[in-house]
Ligand binder design. Structure first.
Ligand code: PXP
Length: 243
């Protein structure tokens, strides 16, 4: 069975909508671990739209499983990673205008820069994963860069899951990329857009070590918890007598 990394960015998105203290991704990381999560993943974006520096610092001190820091390949983020020392960094492309990470990292196009980051992380004993599209050219570049892991972008697979022919095509791309990566000695993770419906189909992809899942698990936790939260508020409201 592959291990499960829970992406907590969406919890921080709700908190940042009010710039308040709840819900707190740091305390909820503990609950995710209690639920059996094998790792906690957070994306510290350049614009700090959800996860904040404080979250990453506190998570480093409290996460008992594995902390995976998603980040852009920039000097600022490299300095933060080297200071905080997560167990792993996942390099992702980042655009200010995107709602979520849209495509995979163009490793082939920025090979020297990615190579330098891999070397620096390796010296600091931080593992590196590269979030890439299921594409042989990117897999080759990831191996050449010296990363230990790739994370296959499953966004297209998730998007086309409803159509049998397109689903098969995207699944084949993932299978081919995972096999190719494995043959080059890369370890293989996957993530983006995975949910309770499309996950069983992904079992056809070989060599997967870890799946990173955020939105669908956080959504499910809201669905499961809302009735209880409403009941609790109603219980408090019972104390009120008008007039
Ligand atoms: N992996 C990476 C590299 C991501 O950027 C994201 C989204 O933040 C995920 C996994 C999780 O995606 P989702 O929230 O759609 O499960």
């Amino acid at each position: 069975m592959a291990s499960l990394g829970i992406n907590l960015d969406h919890i921080a998105t709700v908190r940042q909508a009010r710039r308040t203290v709840e819900p707190d991704p740091v305390s909820l990381a503990l609950l995710a671990e209690l639920g059996g999560a094998d790792g906690i993943t957070v994306h510290l974006r350049e614009d700090r739209r959800h996860i904040q520096d404080r979250d990453v610092e506190l998570l480093r001190g409290t996460v008992r499983s594995r902390l995976n820091l998603e980040m852009a390949a920039t000097a600022e983020m490299v300095a933060i990673a080297l200071a905080i020392k997560p167990d792993m960094v996942t390099l992702v492309p980042e655009k200010r205008e995107e709602v979520t990470t849209e495509g995979g990292l163009e490793v082939a196009r920025q090979l020297p820069a990615v190579k330098r980051i891999c070397t620096r992380m390796c010296r600091a004993k931080i593992e590196v994963s590269l979030f890439i599209n299921p594409d042989a050219r990117q897999v080759d570049a990831a191996a050449e860069a010296g990363a230990q892991f790739i994370e296959l972008h499953t966004g297209q697979f998730a998007e086309h899951h409803g159509n049998a022919r397109n689903r098969r095509r995207e699944l084949n791309r993932l299978i081919a990329a995972a096999e190719h990566a494995h043959s080059l000695g890369l370890r293989v993770n996957a993530g983006h857009g995975l949910n309770y419906e499309n996950l069983p189909t992904l079992h056809a992809v070989p060599h997967l070590e870890e799946l990173n899942i955020g939105h669908s698990i956080i959504s499910r936790s809201v669905e499961e918890g809302l009735a209880k939260a409403v009941k609790e508020m109603l219980r408090l409201m019972k104390g009120y007598r008008s007039g």
